[in-house]
Write a protein that binds this ligand. Structure first.
Ligand code: SF4
Ligand code: SF4
Length: 204
């Protein structure tokens, strides 16, 4: 599908992708007295917000000559951002190199989905392997919780970085079939590495 391009490598808001790589969440941070007073932190936050506002506004009006643009916003859709692997976009099905789906139609994602957005029909191949003859996802119901990805024993469904084409006037056009959801494994490589990290360490 033309609107599902996930190959762009632009930095996000001027921040390199390297810096956006997921870090461990620090849960037990002790606030300093300075931070506990809050007022200074509020002032610091307002200063950052104001700085971005001023840079964006004057960047549009007076672009610096011969210099790189200082504007922080992205000219979407001409420019697109590469989202960090922690981003949960449209769930997609992972495809093997031979073009078949990794899904074994166990039904766990269908059972756990809180929005009942997934419907699967399971069948068996001649070699006894299970596969979904039909896998449909109703994106008008999906709440992007990622439970389907978390529960899948085969890394067969993952939350991709796809965010385009999800707002439609016709709800029926948000029904995705298996063929529409299949993506080559390499296109979701970053997300797969990320979920291996978070689900195997389980730090929450
Ligand atoms: S992300 Fe959540 S709501 Fe969406 S299909 Fe997966 S389990 Fe269902
Ligand atoms: S949990 Fe994974 S293997 Fe099982 S039906 Fe869903 S996508 Fe397929």
């Amino acid at each position: 599908m033309a609107d599902l391009d996930s190959t762009n490598k632009y930095p996000v808001m001027g921040i390199s992708i390297e810096k956006l790589k997921p870090k461990r969440v620090r849960k037990n941070i002790e606030l300093t007295l300075w931070e506990r007073l809050y007022i200074f932190e509020i002032v610091r936050g307002m200063t950052i917000t104001t700085k971005h506002f001023v840079v964006n506004m004057f960047g549009f009006i007076l672009p610096p000559k011969g210099k790189k643009r200082a504007i922080i916003t992205v000219y979407y859709p001409e420019e697109k951002v590469t989202l960090p692997p922690a981003y949960r976009g449209r769930p997609v099905l992972v495809m093997r190199e031979n073009g078949t789906e990794k899904c074994v139609a166990c039904g766990l994602c269908e059972s756990i989905c809180p929005a009942s957005a997934i419907s699967i029909i399971a069948e068996e191949r001649e070699n006894g392997e299970r596969y979904p003859s039909s896998y449909s996802l109703d994106m008008s119901r999906c709440v992007y919780c990622g439970f389907c990805e978390e529960v899948c024993p085969k890394e067969a469904v993952v939350m991709s970085a796809e965010y385009e084409g999800l707002a439609k006037r016709d709800r029926n056009s948000l029904h995705y079939t298996k063929e529409m959801l299949l993506r080559p494994e390499k296109s979701v490589k970053d997300r797969l590495e990320y979920i291996r990290g978070i689900y195997s360490k389980c730090n929450y």
